[in-house]
Design a protein around this ligand. Sequence first.
Ligand code: ADP
Ligand code: MG
Length: 343
Amino acid sequence: MTLLELRDVAVAYRGAAGDVPAVRGVSLDLAAGEALGLAGESGSGKSSLAMALLRLLPRSARVTGEILLDGEDVLRMSWGRLRAVRWASASVVFQGAQHALNPVRRIGDQIAEPLLVHGLATPAQARRRTAELLEQVGLPAWRARSHPHELSGGQRQRVMIAMALACSPKLVVADEPTTALDVMVQAQVLALIRSLIAEHRISLIMISHDLSVLASTCDRLAVMYAGRVVESGPAREVFTGARHPYARALAEAFPTVGDPASRRAPRGLGGDPPDPARLPPGCAFHPRCPAALPSCAERDVGPRPVAAGWSAACVHAGPEAADTGEAGQAGESGGTGAVRENA
Ligand code: ADP
Ligand code: MG
């Protein structure tokens, strides 16, 4: 059963010099209980897309397309309906969320808040549920009485996860939930998120610049570049056999978990991601692409099927190219040295 359906979702920020397209026509499905990893360098539009799902973007952002959560379009919900859906049906763990805790309120009161605000529990029930949630995220129940400064960064991030789970949502969106944490704690928190969502059959969208982390945590992967999904498919297949040259570079980068340098430049890729206000024509990746053809500067071919549930937006992608290993040798190349196999 499909829980979340994105149809041609676009996000543009109004700026002095016109609209800046941050997300450009993303279509994705998420089944109930499925974990989708969303990857891409900084600035590729991951957070804009994630925030759009619950309409958490600033007023300067315009969101178009359809975002169907359990068949209901989030973009057409009333504010009242949207408030009910947030936390209760879908919740977000933000990047650096541990800093969002209120420093002067006890942890337990903050975890209980969404339950009480949504009328899902009496104060006594909320206290019991808070103790249960703390235990689920590996913290002792007495931590409910602590204030945020008494906890480590990893413990605070566990509290944020407990809050996200409090109302038993169907969907959790985790936007770089571990980026601010040290390496050991990152691994623990990721394993925790994975086991909790599997246990409770929650759907997960996990965002990271690190494809290796996502491949080990998620069922499917979607790789974004310049606001588009350039490849999506089964996690292991995409990680080991990506068809889009950008997805392949990201997979080969194997960035060290927690290494800030790996956020910007996947190994083997020169240059920087484009400024969304000045996107190159054709395929936005062509100026950095080791396998670009002259036609790539003129035409973005859009998603092409690779196999069932797997597509890549590349002129070289397709079942034939994959089977015969012809990628990069297409006749259109005109024999220029710019074309080579990116193995
Ligand atoms: P990611 O999460 O992949 O790093 P973002 O969604 O944060 O990407 O950003 C995508 C693009 O949108 C970037 O170019 C960024 O500068 C722009 N952007 C993000 N938030 C805003 C905002 N509030 N106002 C204007 N531009 C924004
Ligand atoms: Mg982001």
